[in-house]
Design a protein around this ligand. Structure first.
Ligand code: ARG
Length: 460
């Protein structure tokens, strides 16, 4: 036998390399708070059902408090030979309070313990991330409100398509993040189920009151099948999938900010404090934050695939493979937290260059569809109108002018249906105001959506 909590049946010590190879303490120690919280609830429940005396329970709770304080003060001696956070905490507890510490693990296995710890950890992470998403969304709402009538070119195929407002464009990002927020909330409901009491895989003969443990830990429900509860990590996969979507949204947003901040677009200025310079080119101001967020999307997508692959061939119930669930999960949490924080801090300070956006909108025949719709209102079939406007655009390309810059007589060469009132629809503001459908870019519509959104998400 040896120093291991499970050393009894072994006749030689673990190989040194194997010890390090199988250990997880270097990364799972971040679960210490949740591990201790779970153990405290377990001890209180054991006392309530009479497995521990009240005095034993009190000693264990005080001991766990001491261990927590030690860890937080930085002088906890993490031991690789004790493998993981669970056995490190438990071993230290027994060192501190003596043999009574050995009773804590009654009716429990590391299998249901670790599943509980991860769920407690992830629930907290989800709450933090949802709050950070809201902060970013509020920044977008403020920006959208300021720029609700600011014209910019809307693109398809990255070619100028129709005028939209900058506020409308920001609200598109808001909506994506709104669904992301809802997805995390949905995921949280499936995370917030207590595995403890499942023990190693089959449940336990002790008369545990699992509902009491759940209540102490703030879980909404207890798991209904012990094999499932100790082995599946679908809740972590679901979280990583929601995380991959968040990063995908931030990555597309990043791509636009990088383009818009370039000299060629010149649509926005990013605050200096979110950018960096070049060591050789003195003029450079690089949009590092959006670039990095775009880049970090790769690892978050990778984490999702890692977890899916980790689970795909595991027989029930727990397998050591599952120890590999933590690093991808933690990395997704950390990457999301950093990326959302950077965006939430940066977005309210984006400076919009309204004149440049308006000029760009004027250049790309963005009101061509408006002219076609005008002809339709005057009785022409849409396909014919499309052809007429197409010829006018070709003329504009040849003479270097947009539709709104042509004389009435010049426009009438393409159709005598065109009259002086055409210039109402060829103005950018006219084009915007015309798209007065729910969800459209008309400034009044954008403002209405912003008000609804504010009411929906509150002021935090
Ligand atoms: N460190 C392990 C993990 O992260 C804890 C559970 C280990 N259980 C076991 N029977 N080896 O999954």
């Amino acid at each position: 036998s040896q120093d291991k909590p499970w050393g009894g049946r072994f006749s030689e010590p673990t190989d040194r390399f194997v010890e390090a190879f199988t250990a997880s303490v270097d990364f799972d120690r971040r679960l210490y708070r949740h591990d201790i919280e779970g153990s405290m609830a377990h001890a209180r429940m054991l006392a309530r059902v009479g497995v521990l005396t009240d005095a034993e329970c009190r000693q264990i709770l005080e001991g766990l408090e001491l261990v927590r304080a030690e860890i937080e003060s930085g002088d906890f001696d993490w031991s690789v030979s004790l493998e993981d956070v669970h056995m490190n905490v438990e071993a230290r507890l027994t060192q501190r309070i003596g043999d009574v510490g050995k009773k804590l693990h009654t009716g429990r296995s590391r299998n249901d313990q670790v599943a509980t710890d991860i769920r407690l950890y992830l629930r907290e992470a989800i709450d933090d991330l949802m709050a950070e998403l809201r902060r970013l969304q509020r920044g977008l709402l403020d920006l959208a409100e300021r720029e609700a009538a600011t014209v910019m070119p809307g693109f398809t195929h990255l070619q100028t398509a129709q005028p939209v407002t900058f506020g409308h464009h920001m609200m598109a990002w808001f909506e994506m993040l709104e669904r992301d927020h809802a997805r995390l909330g949905d995921c949280r409901r499936r995370v917030n189920v207590l595995p403890l009491g499942s023990a190693a895989l089959a449940g336990t003969p002790y008369p545990l009151d699992r509902h009491y443990t759940a209540e102490l830990l703030g879980f909404d429900a207890v798991s209904d099948n012990s094999l499932d509860a100790v082995s599946d990590r679908d809740f972590a996969i679901e979280f990583c999938a929601a995380g991959a979507l968040i990063m995908t949204h931030l990555s597309r947003f990043s791509e636009e900010l990088v383009l818009w901040a370039s000299a060629q677009f010149g649509f926005v200025d990013l605050p200096d404090r979110f950018c960096t310079g070049s060591s050789i080119m003195p003029q450079k101001k690089n949009p590092d934050v959006p670039e990095l967020v775009r880049g970090k999307t790769g690892r978050v997508n990778g984490n999702l695939v890692s977890l899916l692959t980790l689970m795909k061939a595991q027989p029930l119930a727990y397998n050591k493979d599952n120890q590999e669930d933590k690093e991808p999960l933690f990395d997704t949490v950390d990457t999301l937290a950093g990326s959302l924080r950077a965006f939430a801090d940066m977005v309210p300070h984006i400076q919009v260059r309204a004149a440049a956006m308006e000029e760009a909108t004027r250049k790309g025949f963005a009101t061509a569809t408006d002219l076609a719709d005008y002809l339709v209102r005057k009785g022409m079939a849409f396909r014919d109108a499309h052809e007429v406007v197409g010829r006018a655009v070709r003329h504009g390309l040849e003479t270097g002018r947009d539709l709104g810059e042509m004389e009435l007589e010049e426009l009438r060469r393409f159709s005598t249906t065109i009259e002086a009132d055409v210039f109402d629809v060829l103005t950018l503001q006219g084009s915007l105001a015309a798209r007065n459908v729910h969800g459209g870019t008309a400034p009044d519509q954008v403002r209405a959506r912003i008000q609804e959104a504010r009411a929906r998400i509150g002021t935090g």
